[in-house]
Design a protein around this ligand. Structure first.
Ligand code: FAD
Length: 318
């Protein structure tokens, strides 16, 4: 591990944590306690997801207000733009602005799926003004100029609605041209594909904004498989062959998963294409902390984590 400690890139690698609004008030309290502890790890920023459709938008606004203006943690608010009234979007932006939050991850969102009657209403998906994330970016820029630092989502392994990767990259380029300042990617485990994608972005598309890899720690075998399936991403054999034999042993999966993800992060940092790691914490802390520890990215803090009573079964924005 000295090797990594002495390696210069590691001194310059920063990280951030994503959290989502919990479903219960006890969950909200647990999250605040957790954020309080994770604050000590010195993340560059944290971000709070947005429920597509704005269902718990007040809670996202409230959490952003607490983390940014009370805790003083640099906060990025996710915001989706379809299937929501423009008033809701305006209010969200105003709330972020008033809280002193200067970072928005501008997203399209997805149409409601699997609601109680399983009847997604596609007309509600269209609010007339915003069809794609780039429309939201333009809107934010027109209203707030350069006040917000705007992030956009990137998909190294494609997006379910667009099979042509060059076309998808042209849409990513449109988001940057509309005012996107950085890219956070969908989770992935295929590092070679990711690094290749970064090179294509830089060399072929002349996209020079920071590319931040989204890192999803592995907690259980079933959630690992489920999330990869939801996200339409490839699971390399190198992951499957290590994890599958222990699929029913949660403790072992956590341990091996942390090693695999740490190795993946090392490859990312060593590539020099990345100097920031974005963790999908799933509102849990031990897996993320264990990876950061193995990478020697944590200095002088006391580990006092507890992942009790949390349900890590669902995806943050569903
Ligand atoms: P866009 O970039 O607008 O793309 C959406 C689709 O439209 C793509 O298939 C694209 O190919 C196509 N498209 C784009 N531009 C054009 C064009 N000009 N013409 C034709 N087609 C076009 N969802 C949430 O609800 N809340 C969250 O907090 C949230 N956080 C996320 C964080 C990250 C890092 C990521 C990767 C995703 C997140 N999502 C979140 C999910 C996201 O909303 C979905 O993946 C959604 O399907 C796409 O959103 P987008 O912003 O990438 O859309």
């Amino acid at each position: 591990s000295d090797l990594y400690q002495n390696n210069n890139h590691y001194n310059h690698t920063t990280f951030s944590f994503e959290f989502f609004p919990p479903k219960t008030s006890q969950g909200v309290q647990n999250l605040y306690d957790r954020i309080d502890r994770m604050y000590n790890l010195n993340p560059l920023f944290i971000d709070i997801t947005w429920n597509a459709g704005g269902k718990v938008s007040k809670l996202t606004n409230q959490i952003v207000n607490v983390t940014q203006s009370i805790l003083g943690l640099e906060t990025c608010m996710h915001l989706t733009c379809t299937n929501m009234s423009i008033d809701l979007i305006d209010n969200a932006l105003l709330n972020a602005y008033s809280s002193g939050c200067q970072n928005i991850l501008a997203l399209r969102g997805d149409p409601p799926i699997n609601d109680n009657n399983n009847n997604s209403d596609s007309s509600a998906f269209d609010n007339g003004k915003f069809k794609y994330a780039k429309d939201l970016i333009k809107y934010i820029r027109s209203k707030y100029g350069d006040y917000f630092c705007i992030g956009v989502a990137g998909y190294p392994e494609g997006h379910p609605e667009e099979s042509d990767s060059a076309v998808l990259l042209s849409y990513l380029k449109q988001k940057i041209d509309a005012g996107g300042d950085f890219i956070i990617t969908q989770m992935f485990y295929d590092v070679d594909n990711f690094l290749n994608w970064c090179n294509v972005l830089k060399n072929d598309w002349k996209i020079s904004v920071p590319i931040i890899p989204g890192i999803m720690p592995i907690s259980t075998y079933s959630s690992f498989i489920r999330r990869a399936t939801w996200s339409h991403i490839n699971i390399p054999d190198s992951f499957l062959s290590v994890l599958k034999p222990f699929k029913d042993d949660d403790a072992k999966i956590k341990e091996l998963g942390a090693e695999l993800i740490t190795e993946m992060c090392r490859t990312l940092i060593d590539s020099n294409l990345v100097n920031h790691l974005h963790f999908y914490t799933m509102n849990l802390e031990s897996s993320t902390i264990s990876i950061l520890e193995k990478l020697n990215l944590l200095n002088n803090f006391v580990i006092n984590n507890s992942d009790n009573n949390e349900n890590d079964d669902y995806f943050p924005w569903r």
